[in-house]
Write a protein that binds this ligand. Structure first.
Ligand SMILES: [Zn+2]
Length: 138
């Protein structure tokens, strides 16, 4: 399995296609209105399979964060910060956050191209430091 195999998965394909265009999308249930990420084949709130995709501006609030001090991968030298960000639409995402991030900080999503053709990588920057919207940094 490669990093790009899940792009071919019908449940996640729309998410990664949007990401390649610098857009952050969430699944929205047509039956109950619940929003969710990561992509799933059914709604977590009501089990409906009538799901659509909705683009989000990528704004959210740091729900939790931690600075990693132990090396995990050679290409990811510590220290670095990881946060659980609650999007304004409701879903929570785990991604890189600014080193000085604190619980309650407002942040904005940004996509960076993956190395060597790998899928894009999502991270969060302080809201206001970008255009307050998901964007691809090239
Ligand atoms: Zn639902």
């Amino acid at each position: 399995m490669t990093d790009n195999d899940d792009i071919l998965d019908p449940t996640t394909a729309a998410f990664w296609t949007a990401a390649a265009d610098g857009k952050l999308v969430v699944q929205r249930c047509a039956a109950c209105g619940h929003s969710q990420l990561y992509p799933r084949p059914f709604c977590l709130a009501c089990d409906s399979t009538d799901l659509t995709w909705a683009e989000t501006p990528g704004l959210g609030t740091v729900y939790s964060c931690v600075t990693v001090h132990l090396p995990v991968r050679a290409d990811l030298p510590p220290p670095y910060s990881v946060g659980l960000v609650e999007l304004d639409e409701g879903p929570r995402l785990l991604a890189a956050v600014p080193d000085d991030a604190a619980i309650g900080d407002r942040v904005a999503a940004r996509w960076q191209p993956g190395d060597g053709g790998a899928r894009p990588v999502l991270s969060f920057a302080p809201a206001g430091s970008l255009a307050d919207a998901a964007e691809v940094v090239s």
